[in-house]
Design a protein around this ligand. Structure first.
Ligand code: ZN
Length: 153
């Protein structure tokens, strides 16, 4: 094992922000023994140092038990909990058996509908009024998800 310390001017592998590859870079700046800025030997671009992702890490299967789930406190906004549309469809599926289809009113944007009223929309089909969102818009849950429809204010 080499214990050689890196210093400015040394060549190190880094991911290049321009080449988008792991390439040899020359160390430009170091702070407290850590490489901070590097210059790409390929494109000569100077950028922050991005350590190359190890093969092990890149190829590890996602389901591996060794991969610890992220702490709940660290925000990971890229992972949606659940598709909202999926949730709406499930809600429709759970509500629809209780629908009295005979009572569904043909949707007319010049009408005002109370919450829980069943309506029949020419395009979306049977839906149930979930809420009046703004004075002239209501949220209606259809088989294919919730839609905003005009209504009389
Ligand atoms: Zn480069």
């Amino acid at each position: 094992m080499s214990t050689k310390k890196l210093s400015a001017g040394d060549i190190i592998e880094s991911r290049c922000t321009k080449c988008r590859e792991v390439l040899n870079h020359r160390i430009v700046a170091m702070v407290e023994g850590k490489v901070v800025r590097v210059e790409c030997n390929t494109c000569n671009g100077v950028h922050n140092y991005y350590p190359p992702v190890s093969e092990k890490e890149a190829k590890a299967p996602r389901s591996s038990a060794a991969v610890k789930p992220r702490a709940a406190s660290s925000a990971s906004p890229r992972v949606p909990r659940k598709d909202p549309l999926e949730a709406e469809r499930e809600e429709w599926a759970s509500l629809s058996p209780t629908f009295d289809y005979d009572k569904a009113l043909h949707y007319n944007m010049n009408e005002r509908y109370p919450v829980k009223r069943l309506i029949n929309h020419t395009v979306f089909g049977i839906g149930i009024v979930k809420a009046v969102v703004t004075p002239n818009k209501m949220q209606v849950l259809f088989k294919d998800g919730a839609k905003l429809l005009r209504c009389q204010s």
